[in-house]
Design a protein around this ligand. Structure first.
Ligand code: HEC
Ligand code: HEC
Ligand code: HEC
Length: 382
């Protein structure tokens, strides 16, 4: 009995010592944790400030000063931020987006930012998420012909023209109906996203946008149905080619290009394509040539009323709501516009003026949208 009592006492003392030790240990741990949390918070705050400064300097011109979007898409967007992990944002910023004006920022890709800089920018963008509006949820319609123009700039080097492979092609043909029928879109999507790096097929998931991948799938879908897909092009380009051909005396090619222009043409000049085609067909060469020249110079013409709101959202920030000018020169009226044909104004707005804030609008506005804006600007020149 006595033995047992002694044992209880020791147990009690041991227990007290343990409790005291544990309590002081947790106290020290808590202090240490608080110190660590504070240090981390301090670091995060500094990194966030660094990220914001980098964003203002490098990204705001295209993505808006609060990431609300401009010539580049909105980055303060709920859908985007929910779907894109930090790793995806990092990779996009590091490598840029081929075929768009989104440049590569990573130093290993010729850009100006270190990995640490990019992490800071990503953290800054991530801060938008909590209060982000959902404005990316706009309708997106995949386009096989946009897919074809992406394919012909990014994939054809390995997969051959029109995806048909080639004699010394390093990669298999994709435009092969029986092969396309063996696999569904899901398989193609995963193959594009993940690549087969060990077999020489690059990983595209971090380089291409979801929309670009959907355009490619639309292209494969059309190929699967045995359709021939023509890469997205503009009426302007077709008219240029037609004029060149006719000047060289090649009627056949000129007609070929006009035939391609017709289904994508729009606006008040649509009927001119038809009448010019008839003149070339009839063989009245001088008349046909001047008709084609006039068409080429006046193209594109759109609808001024539709152009006004487009001007207000896309151009007025720099040229003023009334065309009075601010960052950009005055456009109401403008000697430049008065002295230039529609073809010249179109070519100018497409590429912009290098080294100035006037960037090109090639991948922001369609040919028809730009035509509408130009027609609206014409109403200011009267
Ligand atoms: C010259 C204009 C321009 C600049 C400067 C620019 N971007 Fe972009 N950015 C774009 C365009 C255009 C796109 C859309 C590309 C596309 O169509 O997929 C884009 C896309 C992105 C995307 C992907 C968005 C999405 O919806 O998938 C991210 C992220 C991004 N940019 C971040 C940045 C960051 C960060 C910077 C600065 C370090 C920056 N951009 C600077 C034009 C620009
Ligand atoms: C650097 C060369 C290269 C480029 C560029 C390339 N690929 Fe590939 N691709 C390959 C190779 C090699 C394979 C075969 C891999 C294998 O053997 O598994 C392949 C396979 C594929 C396959 C599977 C074909 C099949 O039937 O098995 C698809 C789909 C594909 N690529 C799509 C694309 C798309 C879309 C692009 C452009 C965005 C592209 N590739 C760009 C090299 C390339
Ligand atoms: C980010 C600012 C900015 C935006 C947005 C912008 N511009 Fe400009 N634009 C300029 C600047 C700056 C110039 C002058 C470039 C120079 O110094 O040569 C200019 C020049 C022009 C000119 C030539 C005027 C002249 O007298 O030389 C035209 C035409 C024009 N812009 C049309 C447009 C249209 C149309 C849009 C919308 C689709 C647009 N701009 C959007 C900044 C902008």
């Amino acid at each position: 009995m006595l033995k047992n009592e002694n044992y209880n006492k020791q147990l009690l003392i041991g227990l007290i010592i343990t409790v005291v030790l544990l309590a002081s240990f947790s106290f020290i741990m808590a202090m240490e944790n608080a110190r660590l949390v504070e240090a981390t918070e301090h670091h995060a705050k500094e990194s966030l400030q660094h990220g914001r400064a980098l964003f203002v300097e490098n990204c705001a011109s295209c993505h808006g000063s609060r990431g609300e979007g401009g010539v580049g898409p909105a980055l303060n967007d709920k859908t985007l931020l929910e779907e894109a992990s930090n790793g995806v944002l990092f990779a996009t910023i590091q490598t840029g987006r081929p075929n768009t004006t989104m440049p590569a920022w990573g130093q290993s890709y010729g850009g100006a930012l270190t990995d640490e800089d990019i992490h800071a920018v990503v953290d800054y963008i991530r801060e938008y998420e909590e209060n982000a509006p959902d404005n990316l949820a706009e309708d997106f319609v995949p386009s096989a012909s946009r897919g074809a123009s992406l394919f012909s700039s990014t994939c054809f080097t390995c997969h051959g023209e029109d995806g048909k492979g080639g004699e010394d092609s390093v990669a298999p043909a994709i435009n092969n109906v029986s092969r396309l029928k063996q696999n569904d879109n899901e398989w193609y999507e995963q193959t594009i996203i993940n690549g087969h790096p060990s077999e020489g097929m690059p990983i595209w998931g971090e380089v291409l946008s979801n929309n670009q991948i959907e355009d490619l799938l639309a292209l494969f879908e059309a190929w699967r149905a045995g359709e021939e897909v023509i890469a997205a092009t503009s009426v302007s380009q077709m008219l240029d080619s037609a004029l060149f051909a006719l000047e060289e005396g090649n009627k056949g090619d000129a007609l070929f290009y006009l035939e391609r222009a017709e289904p994508i043409a729009f606006g008040p000049l649509l009927s001119e394509i038809d009448s010019t085609t008839k003149l070339i067909d009839a063989g009245t060469s001088a008349e046909a040539l001047s008709s084609l020249e006039e068409l080429r110079n006046n193209w594109p013409m759109g609808d001024a009323e539709t152009g006004e709101p487009l001007y207000q959202t896309t151009c007025s920030g720099c040229h003023g709501a009334e065309g009075q000018g601010s960052v950009g020169p005055k456009l109401q009226p403008s000697t430049f516009l008065q002295e230039s044909t529609n073809a010249e104004v179109f070519a100018f707005t497409l590429v912009g003026r290098e080294g100035t804030a006037m960037r090109g609008f090639e991948d922001v506005l369609s040919e028809e949208e730009l035509a509408n804006i130009i027609s609206f600007l014409r109403t200011w020149q009267e």
